[in-house]
Structures are given as structure tokens and as C-alpha cells.
Design a protein around this ligand. Structure first.
Ligand SMILES: Cc1cc2nc3c(=O)[nH]c(=O)nc-3n(C[C@H](O)[C@H](O)[C@H](O)COP(=O)(O)O)c2cc1C
Length: 182
């Protein structure tokens, strides 16, 4: 069975989370982790699970203008942040617009600031909505992983992402009970 984790990331945090989710999924899947710029339909073909996530920008999924602002902020001399190679490129919103219908299992995640989601917003809700609009079967509640005010992942978030990936894997491909034959 194959799972694909598609991520969008400006400063690398969502990329780290995607890698960790991929590690968790490896308990049951052959896993490909790909940036949204490389997630063409050939990558999705034959996949049994698609997981997608991106950063929360202005309470939801990024747009061209917010990605541009994120890259400009990183380019400032005093910024310790470094933009990912394709940060200014197309995001998940544009990726979904290029997709047909896929009757495939899916799950959505995001990264966002600490705090009640009602205040911060969360991109994963939009990702889950677009999954459904394209015929995917969303199998888990959207999940958020948190960054600090300095735009670094909070401690333990990669471990939590790994666990979330493993839980997704177990929900689709539960391991056989001890003593049973597969
Ligand atoms: C233009 C812009 C707008 C943002 N708006 C929000 C927001 O509304 N809510 C929030 O929780 N975080 C917001 N953030 C913080 C991002 O969620 C954070 O930078 C992101 O999770 C880091 O992931 P990345 O390194 O993969 O880009 C914003 C960041 C940028 C650059």
C-alpha cells in the first residue's frame, strides 16, 4: 500500500511535520513525501492514502499574496528565517484547482500559531473541504501542529506528527491480532 504526503511550506516547519507524518505512516505504507510543486497526478496514481497540509495564512490556506509576503519577510536582512526553495510557487489551493476527482482516502493537517483555532484560523479545515470537493474520503479530523512566535515548531510537535501518522496508518491497515494469520 502506498501513501503520499503533500506539503506546502514557507519556512520549513510544515515540511518537517510532513516528514514526521511520513515516518509514522511507514508502519503500514510505502510513503512518498512531496512538495506541492511536485505533486502531479502521476504521483497520486495508485496511492491508497493522500495526506496534505500547509501553513495557516490569514486564518486559512495560503494565497499567492500571503506566500509572497512570507518570502519577503524571510528575505529581510534581520530575519533568521530561510524560505523553502519553492515557497513563492503554487500552494495547495492551486494544486486542488488542478486536480480531478479521486475516490481515495485522505487526511488534512496544517501548521499554525498556538491558541484557540477560532482566533488563529487553521488551513487544515480548508484542505479537508477541498479534499471532499474533489471526491476524496476524508478519514480523520483535520489536525494542527503548532509553531512558536519565532516561527519554529514547538517542542514535541514532530513526535506528535509521527504519532498522528502512525494512528492514520493503523486506522486504515490495523495490524492483525496476535496469533492470527494474515
Ligand atoms: C503571511 C502570513 C500570515 C499568517 N497568518 C497566520 C494566521 O492567520 N494564523 C496563524 O495561526 N498563523 C499565521 N501565520 C503563521 C504561519 O502559520 C506559520 O508561519 C507557519 O505555520 C509556518 O509553517 P512553514 O514554515 O511551513 O511555512 C502566518 C504567517 C504568514 C507568513
Amino acid at each position: 500500500m502506498r501513501a503520499v504526503v503533500v506539503y506546502e511550506s514557507m519556512y520549513g516547519n510544515t515540511h518537517l511535520v510532513a516528514d514526521a507524518i511520513g515516518t509514522g505512516l511507514e508502519t503500514a505504507f510505502d510513503v512518498w513525501v512531496v512538495p506541492v510543486s511536485q505533486a502531479d497526478p502521476a504521483v497520486l496514481d495508485g496511492a491508497d492514502l493522500i495526506v496534505a497540509g500547509g501553513p495557516t495564512h490569514v486564518h486559512g490556506m495560503s494565497r499567492e499574496a500571503t506566500r509572497k509576503a512570507a518570502v519577503e519577510a524571510a528575505d529581510k536582512l534581520e530575519s533568521p528565517l530561510e524560505a523553502e526553495p519553492d515557497a513563492a510557487g503554487p500552494g495547495l489551493r492551486e494544486w486542488f484547482a488542478s486536480l480531478g476527482r479521486y475516490p481515495v482516502k485522505a487526511a488534512a493537517f496544517d501548521t499554525r500559531m498556538h491558541g484557540p483555532a477560532a482566533l488563529t484560523g487553521r488551513a487544515s479545515k480548508g484542505v479537508a473541504r477541498l479534499f471532499r470537493a474533489h471526491g476524496f474520503e476524508v478519514i480523520a479530523e483535520p489536525e494542527s501542529f503548532l509553531v512558536t512566535k519565532q516561527d519554529r515548531l514547538e517542542p514535541h510537535e514532530t513526535a506528535r506528527a509521527r504519532e498522528w501518522g502512525a494512528e492514520l496508518a493503523a486506522s486504515i491497515a490495523p495490524s492483525p491480532a496476535p496469533g492470527t494469520r494474515g
